[in-house]
Design a protein around this ligand. Structure first.
Ligand SMILES: NC(=O)c1ccc[n+]([C@@H]2O[C@H](COP(=O)([O-])OP(=O)(O)OC[C@H]3O[C@@H](n4cnc5c(N)ncnc54)[C@H](O)[C@@H]3O)[C@@H](O)[C@H]2O)c1
Length: 366
């Protein structure tokens, strides 16, 4: 078992990485005065993991109820939220209850936001079941649902009581979803640590990642994310922005393709490569950084097909992004291996020309 402390004064919590669910049960027992647990999962996870998970808690004589939301991004909606409020009331979930978010980022974000607002806020615990959620979305306390107007429009910063990561959940996750999480892990390595890049290159060579490597990658990612969150919990100091390496373009791609063509990590991998391209253009880093990043993304199954992506449309979307200021597009760029820096404004015309060339280069790639 590994434990990482996220130090946020009265909102501090632990991230526990363990393959022994008894560690989870003993953490639950440390929480004082909990009347009942309310498991939120989605329709896919429920089929595979919900019964075993519920039984684990029932055996320990906890009072447990569960509810299932729709799987996939459409499950992160105001309708799901409303459904959760209704079901919680029916199940007698009260202010002393605790929500258990058993799932990927969709469940984590939706259940977290539900917990932050139900009866003005009740405790919740993140139990991430996707690689992306284990290395990223379960940490940091960002919760949200999408509205008609856009992604993550209704949300809050609300820290969990703890995060429990059991990599055994990954055994039932498909390769495409594993690759999706690897994009964020590669992002951490290129943002923060050269030796982590070297580690990943070795671990991803050959395609099969062993349990120890998964645990190590997740552990490193959690450390980096929690260190940034500790310094800038509500993203007010421009420090948390560094976690957005690759995300300026990724968000535009997700919007342009209506969240249908690429998973988040797949869009991030395109964004990472483009950020590296701009970094080389501005002589912030060498071509070698771009080439190594491309090789690593390739070995994680993340090289993309740019067919259908239009440079002008993407530039316009980036200008509208909630992180751009006065319509000026801001990037996180690379100053070398493991050295990301936020806050670079790049002229629209430069982005457009570079992006057009970049996308042409990747048309028809598989
Ligand atoms: N809060 C944050 O800081 C943060 C950060 C990054 C991403 N996100 C959000 O996370 C969401 C994406 O999360 P995700 O990639 O985990 O997607 P997801 O939650 O939709 O899960 C992906 C798919 O895998 C299935 N699944 C989950 N665990 C499984 C398992 N162990 N075995 C088999 N199938 C399983 C799910 O049912 C779903 O179909 C997005 O909504 C994104 O906005 C939030």
């Amino acid at each position: 078992m590994k434990k990482i402390s996220v130090k946020l004064k009265e909102n501090s919590y632990g991230i526990i990485i363990s393959n022994d669910n008894r560690d989870f049960v003993s953490e639950l027992k440390k929480l004082k005065g909990i009347s009942s647990f309310f498991i939120v999962s989605d329709s896919n996870i429920a089929k595979i993991h919900l019964n075993d998970f519920k039984n684990l808690l029932l055996k320990s004589r906890f009072n447990v109820k569960s509810v299932i939301i729709k799987a996939g991004e459409t499950g992160k909606s105001l309708q799901s939220l409303s459904f959760l409020y209704d079901m919680a009331l029916k199940a007698d979930i009260d202010r002393q209850s605790c929500v258990l978010a058993l799932g990927g980022g969709v469940v984590g974000d939706c259940a977290g936001f539900f917990a932050s607002t139900y009866m003005r806020g009740i405790k919740y615990i993140q139990i991430p079941t996707t690689l992306l959620a284990m290395c990223d979305s379960s940490i940091g306390g960002k919760t949200a649902v999408n509205t008609k107007g856009g992604k993550n429009i209704a949300g809050s910063f609300y820290q969990p009581a703890f995060v429990f990561i059991n990599t055994d959940f990954l055994k039932t996750l498909c390769q495409k979803q594993i690759n999706n999480g690897l994009a964020e892990i590669i992002k951490y390595a290129f943002s923060f640590e050269y030796s982590f890049i070297k580690y990943l290159a070795k671990a991803l060579d050959g395609g099969i990642i062993n349990k120890e490597s998964f645990e190590y990658m997740i552990y490193k990612s959690c450390i980096y994310k929690s260190q940034i969150v500790e310094k800038d919990v509500k993203e007010t100091k421009n420090l948390r922005a560094i976690l957005n390496l690759g995300h300026t373009l990724a968000h535009a791609i997700e919007t342009a393709t209506k969240y249908n063509k690429f998973l988040h990590g797949e869009a991030v991998s395109i964004g990472l490569l483009f950020a590296a391209k701009l970094s080389v253009l501005y002589k912030l880093c060498s071509q070698e950084v771009y080439d190594k990043l491309k090789d690593l993304l390739k070995s994680a199954g993340l090289i993309f097909d740019a067919d259908g992506l239009n440079a002008l449309r993407l530039v316009n979307l980036m200008k509208k992004d909630k992180k751009s200021v006065h319509s000026k597009i801001k990037f996180v760029l690379l100053k070398g291996f493991g050295k990301a820096q936020a806050g670079y404004y790049v002229e629209d015309e430069i982005i457009y020309n570079q992006l057009k060339r970049f996308l042409n280069q990747y048309k028809g790639e598989k």
